[in-house]
Design a protein around this ligand. Structure first.
Ligand SMILES: Cc1cc2nc3c(=O)[nH]c(=O)nc-3n(C[C@H](O)[C@H](O)[C@H](O)COP(=O)(O)OP(=O)(O)OC[C@H]3O[C@@H](n4cnc5c(N)ncnc54)[C@H](O)[C@@H]3O)c2cc1C
Length: 149
């Protein structure tokens, strides 16, 4: 018996599916056309250009081939509260005083590819902001209160 430990709901949100479709429609097609310009024998095999240009076929291809890449991000998305965001543009948790998140969980929109550099940059940027506030205001906790300014 197989027990499902977690269902991450991949592609359940239509916007996610649309974003993945655009990866093929925009980037993959562009890369393929550049490579074909360099070498006329070059051909995109899977998915073919015919699949990419057909919305239904592209959707089927993505659903059949979509895989986990161990680069979880955005579980505490940066966005306005009304848009289901968890933190604001400085990493402060909406509605919770003095709680700042500074890791890959605040990435607003999941991207493919390696994520640790992004996590380091987020940590670095927020740490810099806090130090700047500390230098300007004196007390660290006091500075958090006025972080937005
Ligand atoms: C198998 C695998 C392979 C990967 N390979 C690559 C790769 O090759 N290149 C790349 O760029 N990225 C890779 N990543 C992704 C990269 O590791 C992550 O994107 C990055 O580590 C995210 O950093 P983070 O700080 O957001 O989270 P994490 O690195 O997960 O850090 C969270 C930290 O918080 C700690 N923590 C959790 N809860 C609490 C708590 N309540 N109190 C205190 N501490 C807590 C955890 O112990 C952990 O140390 C890989 C990830 C996985 C799983």
């Amino acid at each position: 018996m197989q027990i499902e430990l977690a269902d991450e709901g991949f592609l359940e949100n239509p916007a996610d599916l649309e974003a993945v479709k655009n990866i093929y429609r925009i980037y993959i097609k562009k890369i393929a056309s550049r490579l074909a310009a360099i070498d006329p024998a070059y051909q995109l095999l899977s998915p073919s250009l015919e699949i990419i240009d057909d919305d239904t076929k592209l959707e089927e291809f993505i659903k059949e081939n979509f895989e986990h890449n161990h680069h979880q991000q955005g579980s505490l998305r940066m966005a306005p509260f009304e848009k289901e965001g968890v933190v604001d543009r400085r990493g402060r948790v909406h509605g919770v005083r003095d709680l700042i998140i500074a890791d890959a969980s605040i990435v607003p929109f999941t991207v493919d590819g390696n994520t640790s550099a992004t996590a380091y940059l987020i940590g670095f940027t927020i740490a810099q902001q806090l130090l700047k506030q500390k230098r300007r205001r004196g007390s660290f906790i006091d500075s958090l209160d006025r972080f937005e300014e």
